[in-house]
Design a protein around this ligand. Structure first.
Ligand code: AGP
Length: 614
């Protein structure tokens, strides 16, 4: 996710844009930039880091002008640096663009423009789009709005863009597809644009939420013009904003954690966007393509991580071993780095980390590298330390995760590890073509199924009410649902401060069953699959000791539903993909219990979002 802000009207654009970018820094803060047009000249200011860095950089410059565009970046293509910061310009510098999203076919467009003799300054997909717009204008003579429309007809992917040109200095052109874009209708005939309403609400409450494949032409003093990408004029639907600023920053949710839980249909889709195709039956992770042969031939793959990311690795272990038949060892990074592990050049070490800055994980990687292993990364923050020291890797594209308790990053990490396992399995021939196709189709269907689970929020909130005063809780699962049980327990612990333990369901009889009484809620992942009957037996063992059972079951389940105290149904999916769905109710349960216990959900006591110290 990136944050975009733009203004055209009678006021000074720069202060409006800077203030708006600061409100959007939760969407990304790798770099920031502003472009302004003044006296028919277009000038850009761009700086790596937060918006305050940009302000300091431009503090002595002339930043006057009543039309401008601004951007705070969450890098997806190209490392976070001044060159890759937005706004990007066309080759002539006459046109400037800001963009939130991912252009999947940017490379093919870039190759075509390179063949035409263009030379690029950055590594970004956004600059390619700006060059394409100018190339169309040069070849057809059309105005900016039409050249943007024609360019977008060639683009595959997600975008929210604002474009301006020094040759048409009184207008902004905006367009969106899959990424959000809001137009604010000012009181003085001026216009505001932003990724969400937070930078706009203090100036006007009259907004238009643009729809997919709509293009807006905004000229001060005139009505907003709205067109479809097929050049059909549309009537803008103007709404009156009711939310206040504080609520808006969380997208209308009470906490960033809840917002991020509900973002998961999109973040999982963003994670596999352009990386799988069910119709043509392929999976492709460009970042590790050159290392897949080595991964297939490795004696073993070691995954190192901490916390939630370590749980994602445990899911990955089941997937890599069952699908690709590759031996995987999962290690706590903090233990691995001090255990004098036996590592050599035949080993592959994969670090999984949302922040890419966790000290123990970084140190574990450095140790593996020093012993000659190949090191790969699965990170959410582009340009983070772990992503920079690894030989290769795959980004999770979950967007900034502000809540300390990791939610959407976990499901994105599991998605990437699933894609890796599928890609390796296909190359090794360890899964049949029909199973491969079925798994890809099922993975493509996961975002919609996650949405269906999220719609059970009220029931989950009701169940949370029953157990908010518990002192302890047990989480049970088998197979790849065992890591989900661990993750559910960690979520409850870290935000509600209730002691909770995750266990393999079969292990209960080796000790924890002594804890079971009527005060002990036991959360069990009991979805249909290989060990279903065994889990039913474990549930009956708990019930025999008056324990309370809250079961995550497959839609339509009758057997567990008949014996559990509460059930939360999730849609049926392939057993390998159950972790992506079973996690959601456990995230919501921990969230609601924490809220009911009046805990600080987004910043739990004693915790930090990124543990950069040992
Ligand atoms: C998870 O909810 C916690 N915030 C914590 O366990 C976290 O997963 C761990 O610190 C690892 O962080 P990383 O993914 O950024 O490396």
């Amino acid at each position: 996710m990136c944050g975009i802000v733009a203004y055209v009207g009678t006021k000074e654009a720069y202060p409006i844009i800077i203030k708006g970018l600061k409100r959007l820094e939760y969407r990304g803060y790798d770099s920031a930039g502003v472009a302004l047009i003044r006296n028919n000249e277009l000038q850009s200011f761009k700086k790596q880091g937060k918006v305050s860095n940009l302000e300091e950089f431009a503090s002595d410059a002339d930043t006057s002008g009543s039309i401008g565009i601004g951007h705070t970046r969450w890098a997806t293509h190209g490392a976070p640096n001044d060159t890759n910061a937005h706004p990007h310009g066309s080759e002539s510098g006459d046109i400037a663009i800001i963009h939130n999203g991912i252009i999947e076919n940017y490379d093919s467009i870039k190759q075509e423009l390179l063949r035409k003799g263009y030379t690029f300054k950055s590594d970004t997909d956004t600059e390619v789009l700006c060059y394409l717009i100018e190339d169309i204008q040069k070849n057809t003579g059309v105005k900016l709005g039409e050249s943007v429309r024609l360019a977008l007809q060639q683009v595959h992917g997600a975008y929210a863009i604002v474009v301006m040109s020094k040759n048409e200095p009184d207008k902004l052109i905006a367009a969106r597809k899959s990424s959000p874009l809001v137009v604010g209708i000012g009181h003085d005939g001026d216009f505001y644009l932003a990724s969400d309403a937070t930078p706009i609400v203090e100036y006007t409450k009259k907004v238009v939420y643009m729809e997919d494949e709509e293009i807006a032409l905004l000229r001060p003093g005139e009505d907003m013009k709205l067109y479809s990408i097929d050049d059909v004029e549309k009537t803008p639907y103007v709404q009156e904003l009711e939310m206040n600023l504080e609520v808006l920053e969380k997208g209308g949710y009470d906490h960033f954690m809840l917002k991020e839980i509900h973002e998961q249909p999109r973040s999982i889709e963003d994670c596999f966007r352009g990386r799988l195709n069910a119709t043509d039956a392929w999976v492709s992770l460009g970042g590790i393509k050159d290392y897949e042969q080595k991964m297939m031939n490795a004696n073993r793959i070691i995954m190192v991580a901490c916390g939630t990311s370590w749980h994602a690795c445990l899911v990955g272990e089941y997937l890599f071993e069952d699908l690709a038949r590759i031996n995987v060892e999962v290690e706590y990074a903090s233990e691995f780095r001090y255990r004098n592990p036996i590592i050599d050049e035949n080993d592959i070490v994969i670090a999984v980390s949302q922040s890419g800055e966790t000290a123990d994980t970084l140190a574990a990687l450095e140790l593996a590298k020093s012993k000659g292993a190949t090191i790969l990364g699965v990170c959410n923050v582009v340009g983070s330390s772990i992503s920079r020291i690894t030989d290769a890797g795959s980004y999770t594209h979950a967007g900034p995760e502000i809540g300390v308790a990791s939610t959407k990053a976990f499901t994105a990490q599991v998605t990437v590890l699933t894609l890796m396992a599928l890609s390796l399995a296909k190359k090794k021939g360890t899964v049949s073509d029909s199973k491969f196709r079925n798994l890809i189709s099922e993975l493509e269907a996961i975002p919609a199924k996650v949405q269906r689970v999220l719609e059970k929020n009220s029931k989950i909130e009701y169940i949370s009410e029953q157990y908010k005063d518990a002192d302890n809780a047990l989480y049970l699962g088998r197979g790849s649902s065992f890591p989900v049980a661990l993750e559910g327990a960690l979520k409850l612990k870290e935000i509600s401060y209730i002691h909770a333990e995750g266990y393999p369901a079969a292990e209960m009889k080796h000790g924890p069953i002594a804890l079971i009484d009527e005060a002990m809620p036991v959360f069990v992942i009991a979805t249909k699959g290989t060990s279903y009957e065994k889990v039913v037996s474990n549930i009956q063992e708990v019930k025999a000791r008056k324990g309370k059972i809250i079961a995550i079951v497959t839609e339509g389940d009758e057997q567990v539903t008949a014996i559990a105290d509460h059930v939360i149904e999730i849609p049926e999916t392939d057993e390998h993909l159950v972790p992506l769905l079973a996690t959601i109710p456990l995230q919501l349960l921990s969230y609601h219990i924490a809220v009911m216990r009046e805990c600080n959900v987004d910043q739990p006591r004693n915790l930090a979002k990124s543990v950069t110290v040992e």
